[in-house]
Design a protein around this ligand. Structure first.
Ligand SMILES: O=C(O)CCC(=O)C(=O)O
Length: 266
């Protein structure tokens, strides 16, 4: 289990998410674990493209693929990380939930996505925003470079209406900025901030893992994690707690594996 990083107080990371919409904790995850995940991920990506790649579920040559809840993707250093959870619980509460374990991967031929948020608003009729309720913890399985399709994001648009956020981008008051993360860096973001995927120009897959954490009352039927009993038994008490609303199944053989999360941009 990793130690909570002391160089920068947890509070300042959480405050950056509240103010800017995101923070990046550098070098949190071991590079060799990212390599191990990447090796295990490549056949899953190939399978997804063969079976349902035609749906182009994140745009041209860009794929959203859920990770099976089995090794190596159950590594507690990653999914039950002290530093990540210390930040996350300041944002969605100590009784929050982990509800998503998946990947976004642009390949050769991918394009700029439309600028979007990843969630519907809680109270769209009011135009009012609230504190955070849905977070993405993102980490790339390869270094993110200008060539392999960096995510572009904006500072401080998560508490604005989309129209106002777009207006500020248009007027230059805020900018879309590419995020060049090293393998092992971890970004925690409030998914309401405006962002977009960009083209992968060197064709080397750039898998960005997303672990979704939410307030306990938020229902996200598109992203459920199915936990095989053998994996469940290997979890820590804290991981069991954060995963408590996800179903435990005897085996993944009985589980439908087509992606349900098709509509993603708001
Ligand atoms: O390129 C990425 O990692 C994510 C793109 C994105 O924002 C999305 O598909 O919702």
């Amino acid at each position: 289990m990793s130690q909570v990083l002391n160089e920068k107080p947890i509070e300042s990371y959480a405050q950056a998410v509240i103010n800017d919409g995101f923070c990046i904790v550098p070098g949190l995850f071991p590079a060799q674990v990212m390599d191990e995940w990447n090796r295990a991920f490549q056949p899953l990506l190939e399978r997804h493209i063969a079976l349902e790649g035609h749906k182009q579920n994140r745009g041209k040559a860009r794929y959203y693929v859920t990770l099976p809840f089995i090794a190596p993707f159950t590594n507690l250093e990653i999914i039950d990380n002290d530093t990540v959870l210390a930040i996350v619980e300041k944002l969605v509460g100590k009784d929050g939930v982990m509800c998503q374990l998946a990947t976004d991967t642009p390949l050769a031929g991918s394009e700029y996505q439309e600028i979007h948020r990843d969630t519907q608003l809680l109270f769209p009729e009011t135009g009012q925003e609230t504190p955070a309720y849905q977070l993405a913890v993102n980490f790339s399985l390869v270094d993110v470079t200008p060539e392999n399709g960096p995510l572009e994001l904006t500072y401080g648009t998560h508490m604005l209406s989309k129209a106002e956020g777009l207006r500020r981008i248009e007027s230059g008051e805020t900018r879309l900025e590419p995020v060049f993360m090293k393998k092992g860096d971890v970004m925690i973001r409030d998914v309401r901030h405006l962002h977009r995927g960009t083209p992968n120009r060197n064709g080397i897959p750039r898998p960005m893992v997303v672990i979704g954490y939410s307030r306990r009352w938020l229902f996200r039927p598109e992203v459920d994690i199915k936990i095989p009993r053998a994996s469940y038994e290997g979890l820590s008490a804290r991981a069991k707690f954060w995963l408590r609303f996800n179903p435990v199944v005897e085996s993944l053989d009985e589980v439908e594996r087509t992606e349900k999360y098709q509509s993603f941009a708001y």
